[in-house]
Design a protein around this ligand. Sequence first.
Ligand code: BYC
Length: 310
Amino acid sequence: MDDELKLQAFESRIGAGETIEPKDWMPEGYRRQLIRMISQHAHSEIVGMLPEGNWITRAPSLRRKMILLAKVQDEAGHGLYLYSAAETLGVERQELTEQLLSGKAKYSSIFNYPTLSWADMGTIGWFVDGAAIVNQTMLAKCSYGPYARANLRICKEESFHKKQGYEIITALAGGTPEQKMMAQDAVNRWWKPSLMMFGPGDKDSPNSAELMKWKIKLKGNEELRQRFIDLTVPQAQAVGLTLPDPELRYNNETGHWNYGELDWKEFFEVISGRGPYNRERLKARKEARRNGEWVRIAAEAYAEKRRMLA
Ligand code: BYC
């Protein structure tokens, strides 16, 4: 079959809701888009361990420490499922890691902000994992089998992450006036950056049309952002915290919450490597890579020895 016929057959499989598997024929554009998106997602999970990892030694109780430790370890696991999913497309994990460390690859904008107080652990779980669930529940139904299955598993774990974050915030919001203030301050700092996790508005999203045509993305950035807002406003009201947006208003006609303009200039600065914490995040990843060098050498030598003995 020539490529034109293969493409038609591929697109009719997508149209029929079939799942594409690694050994199936796929257009180069589909493969390229998946490698870009899955690797960015994997990097986000790995870099995303840093802001919370920063608080493990300062958790306010043993119970909180155990929960946070488990959550951060889960994020490492997510990174590994996702790198494995990317590898099914014929790319090496080492190459992807190098793209991250050289600053060539993107990772989620949200992890370029500092974690200043314990309440930030609450808002990360509540907002960041909450936003990730809204986005990834859709990706769990995407057309590429390995990515869909990785997201299915990730979402189950994110659900626990979100609950632990909301529980931290509920405890602080119902605590002393100082604790409530700490929770409100974290909400003030994390709300808008969390909304920007969904990516730019649909007209500034160059990848969406192709991704939606191939059912890699099932919904646009704007629709998912709105869904997250609609789910989160009542949760903020329930704990007596205010979301920092004077234009947030329920719209009876649409059944959705209207919200104010986001700072897209800030977003594009952050994803271009000039956010508040981009340098620190990459520095930490480079140090981790250097410190783990001896483990990789030992593992490689062990694998080589087993190959020779086989
Ligand atoms: N941050 O055409 P667009 C987690 C880029 S981690 C950075 O709309 P697309 C967690 C975009 O890449 C979960 N860059 O892109 C972990 C594109 O640039 P390139 C992270 C962003 O792909 C630890 C350009 O802007 N989730 O849950 O159609 C602790 C134009 O955008 C961002 C994922 O990675 C951003 N926020 O849609 C706690 C989900 N937004 O590549 C929690 C998988 C946009 O053309 N990814 N850009 O140079 C996706 O769903 C999609 O890639 C996005 C963007 C919705 C993020």
